[in-house]
Design a protein around this ligand. Structure first.
Ligand code: SAM
Length: 309
């Protein structure tokens, strides 16, 4: 299988499992994603239910799946709370979600009622999500056996447009043009959990492409991973194991905050906040036990100057 023909993202499923495991259990009132579990298959829900029950299963494989989902839930809570907050603070007529995976915001954030959403993702991941949405809607209406017409989950955003793009080969600007995105209208860009999977050149090209479509009054919310000694050891280990512990989706680029800030500044985007997930966890009253992805995971918000600036 060539890179462009690759399978749907497994890490998108893992982060969805993390959100499903945390929903209603962790940081209640601040974090919630009740739709996440609906996007999972029965098999994918097994470790989610185990984590929710706090009962680790027997056996190495089941236990490592359990630990993966449990660790992921810890990361997803601060990441989601920070990003949801940033999106609420930057409501614009257009929201483009880059590498959307199993993101549910267009289905759950009422603040998006007057916002058109473009979900941009690798074609394989996007096909997988659309199939999951249809299955979830069919389950919801109990029409699985009846074979009735494909239903849709109710979208709360003004609209959702699915836009398949492989950042490593496709032209993001042309794809968004074709999907009706208007570069003269303010846009909020969300880029969550994707930057590490892209090379530095792909990250630079994507920032350049989005900046070229960023009207005054727009914003970018970007989640990225900063380098750390532990993350480097983890990457080396993953490489040595031939992708067995990265679901075939290795990390390709880590960014020091000042480098990310400089890259965005080069394209007219001024960073107004950049927080690490561990501090965000503490702010939510949680105890982050030094997990690397919490320490090095960050959420930055950058703004393009408004007309009046
Ligand atoms: C860890 S998932 C994050 C999904 C979602 N943003 C979230 O946080 O739930 C990584 C996402 O990046 C997307 N992705 C990775 N490399 C990509 C590429 N070259 N082109 C398009 N999408 C890519 C995958 O398809 C997947 O949806």
């Amino acid at each position: 299988m060539s890179e462009n023909e690759r399978a749907a993202s497994r890490t998108a499923v893992l982060v969805c499992q993390g959100r499903a495991a945390a929903d209603g259990r962790v940081a209640a009132g601040r974090f919630s994603d009740p739709l996440a579990v609906r996007l999972l298959s029965a098999e994918e829900r097994v470790p989610v239910d185990e984590v929710r029950a706090g009962v680790p299963p027997e056996g190495w494989q089941a236990r490592s799946r359990y630990e993966g989902v449990r660790a992921c839930a810890e990361v997803m809570v601060p990441r989601t709370v920070a990003i949801d907050g940033a999106l609420r603070a930057h409501v614009t007529p257009q929201l483009v979600i880059l590498g959307a995976g199993l993101d549910t915001r267009a289905w759950r954030l009422p603040e998006l009622a007057r916002t058109d959403v473009w979900e941009v993702d690798h074609p394989a991941s996007q096909r997988d999500k659309r199939a999951r949405l249809t299955e979830a809607a069919q389950r919801l209406r109990g029409s699985e056996e009846s074979g009735g017409p494909a239903a849709e989950l109710p979208v709360v955003a003004r609209s959702v447009r699915f836009t398949p793009v492989d950042f490593s080969v496709d032209d993001l600007g042309a794809a968004l043009d074709g999907a009706g995105h208007d570069p003269s209208v303010p846009t909020t860009w969300l880029w969550e959990g994707v930057v590490p999977y892209l090379t530095r050149a792909e990250v630079r090209a994507t920032v350049a492409a989005l900046a070229a479509r960023t009207a005054p009054g727009s914003a970018l919310v970007v989640n990225y991973q900063a380098p750390s000694a532990k993350a480097s050891v983890g990457r080396l280990l993953a490489r040595a194991m031939g992708g067995a512990i990265t679901s075939g989706e290795p990390w390709r680029s880590l960014w020091k905050p000042r480098r990310m800030q400089a890259l965005l500044a080069e394209h007219g985007l001024r960073v107004v906040s950049d927080d690490d997930l561990r501090s965000l966890t503490h702010a939510l009253g949680g105890t982050a036990r030094g997990r690397t992805s919490l320490r090095s995971g960050r959420v930055a918000v950058a703004e393009s100057p408004g007309d009046e600036d």
